[in-house]
Ligand binder design. Structure first.
Ligand code: HEM
Length: 398
């Protein structure tokens, strides 16, 4: 992704749908934010290869002598996180959730996800004047969905935003502050696991505990991080995507709003396109470590190198996604998007996120056909995190 803009605007203030991506090309040497060298991979085939090839792993990114990926401690860079395990260690953890997020499982959740959406829209309908759609819709929806899946009560819901803001810190909190909140968050995760061991139910954590017991020998710290990762990962990314999608649709593409409201299937294609086109945040790619020399797209990436797989650039690779359909929001994608990654770490929540986005956009447009932004898009105040950026508030009227 390029970080420069011809108008000289601070890139962190540019709406994510306006970010410019560099032309996909052969792997080339670049830098991590701290200045350490890293290989940047940007072509679709090369990004897929890096994400799918087990010779590129995550765990070694956190070896004692590895360059830091972030200045402040955060959940994404916690070595205990499932995302940061490789090979059999990763598979053992992932198996505990394997059945929970399949398309068939998510299809069974559709009715109650739709019911949550209608409740939020009923409440919105009772309001008048400009309303903050983040506070009223894009945040409470994914929080309610993940809370219901995990069987969490309202008190945990209220703390989720606080935990997310620190777990995915943008650097505005001190290291000690983040560490202390992450400790509190881990204690919550550990207590939740203990509670469901004592008194199992039919929620996601209880089934995770059962699967972990069958698997045997999984480190408790990794299970705690898995729970915390699901709590914040499960709502932060969907909230981010929904907020950025609304800014784009209402600000730049209002002509698409009536069709999104009239046709649920078309809304599904729009949801897929938006996930494909709008990155979650500003990071330049998801990182991997080369365990040995590997040839990628005709270039040898040396053993020990850090590699950044730029999914945003790869999603615009004209070899795979023709330029003339890029802007057609209703056109089905020509190939699977890389926005959910690929390979062993392919996003566990992809079906859930797509389902939430599709129902949310379709029903919001159906019930509020006159929805429009009540402030200019360039006055947006941004909420920034390690991996995500979205409007902190977005005032709308109808
Ligand atoms: C639009 C919303 C979302 C986007 C764009 C997204 C994107 C991603 C991406 C790109 C990865 C893989 C990164 C890599 O391989 O380097 C990932 C992994 C993951 N995502 Fe998502 N995600 C979204 C929503 C969700 C939701 C709703 C959940 C949970 C309910 C979730 C849970 C996870 C987990 C647990 C992983 C790690 C998987 C593993 O390491 O095996 N995500 N996500």
């Amino acid at each position: 992704m390029t970080t420069t803009d011809p108008t000289g605007t601070d890139p962190s203030l540019i709406p994510l749908h306006c970010l410019r991506f560099e032309e996909p090309g052969p792997p080339r040497l670049d830098e991590l934010p701290g200045g350490a060298p890293a290989w940047l991979v940007s072509r679709h085939a090369d990004v897929r290869q890096v994400l799918s090839d087990p010779r590129f792993g995550r765990a070694q990114l956190y070896a004692a002598d590895a360059p830091p990926l972030s200045d402040v401690p955060d959940l994404v860079n916690n070595p205990d996180l499932m995302f940061n395990q490789d090979g059999p260690d990763h598979l053992r953890l992932r198996r505990t959730l394997r059945r929970a997020f399949t398309p068939r499982a998510v299809a069974r959740w559709r009715p109650w996800i739709a019911a949550i959406v209608e409740q939020l829209l009923d409440r919105l309908e009772g309001r008048s004047g400009p309303v903050d759609v983040v506070e009223e819709f894009t945040l409470p929806l994914p929080v309610a969905v993940i809370s219901r899946l995990m069987g969490l009560d309202d008190s945990a819901r209220d703390r989720m935003r606080h935990w997310s803001e620190h777990a995915f810190s943008d650097g505005s909190h001190s290291g000690e502050e983040v560490e202390s909140v992450l400790k509190e968050f881990s204690a919550f995760g550990a207590e939740l696991l203990a509670e469901r061991r004592r008194d199992p139910g039919d929620d996601l954590i209880s089934s995770l505990v059962r699967a972990a017991d069958e698997e045997g020998g999984l480190p408790e710290a990794q299970l705690v991080s898995l729970v915390c990762g699901l709590v914040v990962g499960g709502h932060d990314s969907t909230m981010t995507m929904l907020g950025n999608a609304l800014l784009f649709l209402l600000g730049d593409r209002p002509e698409s709003w009536p069709r999104i409201g009239a046709d649920g299937e078309a809304a599904g294609r729009v949801a897929d396109r938006l996930i494909h086109l709008i990155p979650l945040g500003d990071d330049r790619g998801t990182a991997r470590h080369a365990s040995t020399d590997v040839e990628v797209g005709g270039v040898t990436i040396p053993a020990g190198a850090v590699v950044l797989a730029d999914c945003g650039a790869a999603n615009r690779d004209p070899e795979v996604f023709p330029r003339h359909t890029l802007d057609d929001l209703f056109a089905p994608l020509e190939a699977p998007t890389l926005s959910f990654g690929a390979g062993a770490h392919y996003c566990l929540g992809a079906w859930l996120a797509r389902t939430e986005l599709q129902i949310a956009l379709h029903r919001l447009a159906a019930r509020f056909p006159g929805l429009h932004l009540s402030e200019p898009p360039d006055s947006v105040v941004w909420r920034t995190g390690t991996t995500s950026r979205s409007p902190r508030r977005l005032h709308v009227s109808w």
